[in-house]
Each structure stands twice: as C-alpha cells, then as structure tokens.
Design a protein around this ligand. Structure first.
Ligand SMILES: [Zn+2]
Length: 173
C-alpha cells in the first residue's frame, strides 16, 4: 500500500502543478453555487399574487384548507395559505443564497490555495539522497479505499524530489 500512497502523492503534485486541480475545484464549486442560485431565485421566488393550492386544487378566497400534520396542522384561509407558501419560499432563499455565498468564499480560498505557483508540500531541510540537490518536498497524503460501508485510510508523509530525479519515500507520522 505504501507505493499506492506515493503514486497518489505524485499524481496530486503533478495535477496541482498543471493548474488542473484549481480549475476542477472551481468548476465544481461554481456548479454548486449555481444550484444555490437556482433554489433561491426559482424555487424561492416570492409569488404573493398566484392563488394558493390546497391538496393540489387551486383555492378561491372563500375556501378553507384543512391540513393534517403532526407539526402545525389545522385550518388555513386563502391568505394564510399564501403566507405558508411565502415563508417556505423564504427558507429556500436563505438556503440558496447561503449556499451560493459560501461557495464563492470557497472559490476564493481554492483560487489561492491551489495556485499552480504554490508548490506541493513543504520544503525538507535536507539534500536528496539520490541527486544531492535541496529539492525535496514533503506532504501528508491520504489514500482512502471504500468497500461497501467501510472506508480504509492509508496515510503517510510522502517526500518527493523533482520529477527529473524521481526520488520518493514515505514515512509514518
Ligand atoms: Zn533527487
């Protein structure tokens, strides 16, 4: 398993150096932000003028809607049904705008943290045993394998030299 963790570290380093990690992360966060905006602007859109529905039927001003529910059942007038609908729209707006805002913050963090100019890992204060250059960097690497409901984690601090030298080693924390 140690070779698998080392291979993963090499893959993560190369991925980051190419800038693809940053693009992928920002795209994923952007998609989640878009879903949040959809929830806020479409599902959560205020709509106080459309007649409410009761059990799938459009209500008139004279109707009373009886709702049987363990939490907050009862009889509701036309305007009370509009209020109920609008307060659930409001919840969707909070969730949607909240999610979108959080994703924008994460996108900012990812933009800085996954900058390809920031090298993978931390420098090691020793020369490489193979090429004798001070080019070693190390980083904690975790490889997870999921079998059904159990996840096994294999981790270690991987030390890598530059790709030309190719020296790699792993140690436990
Ligand atoms: Zn080396």
């Amino acid at each position: 398993m140690t070779q698998t963790v080392i291979d993963l570290a090499v893959k993560q380093r190369d991925h980051r150096n190419s800038g693809r990690s940053r693009v992928t992360t920002i795209v994923v966060l952007g998609v989640i932000a878009a879903v949040g905006l959809f929830l806020a602007l479409v599902i959560g859109r205020p709509d106080p003028d459309t007649p409410p529905t009761c059990d799938g039927k459009t209500m008139t001003h004279q109707n009373v809607c009886r709702i049987i529910s363990r939490s907050g059942g009862g009889s509701y007038s036309y305007s009370e049904m509009i209020d109920r609908r609008e307060s659930s729209s409001e919840v969707w707006r909070y969730i949607g705008f909240g999610t979108a805002g959080l994703m924008v913050v994460f996108m900012g963090v990812a933009f800085t943290k996954l900058d390809p100019k920031r090298p993978w890992g931390k420098p090691v204060g020793a020369a490489c045993p193979r090429c004798h250059q001070p080019t070693l960097r190390e980083n904690l690497t975790v490889h997870s394998v999921t079998h059904g409901r159990t996840t096994h984690r294999y981790s270690g601090i991987v030390t890598l030299c530059n790709p030309v030298c190719g020296f790699a080693t792993i140690r436990q924390r």
